[in-house]
Design a protein around this ligand. Structure first.
Ligand SMILES: [Zn+2]
Length: 105
């Protein structure tokens, strides 16, 4: 198993930490309802290095990278024996929904 900490090939990945204001929930409790957290651009995440929120454009990219990473991890951890038609169907479906479109170039 390889560690996934090295530098990213295409886009530099920023290490994210949970926002301390909203505990990573992206929202804070207002008086009557929850409000978008102003500290982290309502993402729940800030840069782990600086503790500052990322600019929106960067944030979107970083969250995208992160989701992809987690999806790939989940894929790897899934037991490979998906025998039977229903298992295969679900696997293919999942790939088609999320995995195919996000390769960049
Ligand atoms: Zn926050």
């Amino acid at each position: 198993m390889k560690k996934s900490h090295g530098p990213a090939l295409r886009k530099e990945q920023v290490i994210l930490a949970k926002c301390s204001d909203c505990q990573g929930r992206a929202v804070v409790k207002g008086v009557f309802y929850e409000l978008p957290c102003g500290r982290c651009n309502a993402s729940g995440w800030v840069s782990a290095l600086t503790g500052e929120p990322l600019p929106l454009e960067e944030l979107v990219t970083q969250l995208g990278l992160r989701v992809r990473e987690l999806e790939q991890q989940a894929d790897r951890q899934r037991p490979p024996r998906t025998e039977g038609p229903s298992g295969q169907y679900e696997t293919n479906n999942r790939r088609g929904a999320g995995g195919t479109n996000y390769t960049g170039d």
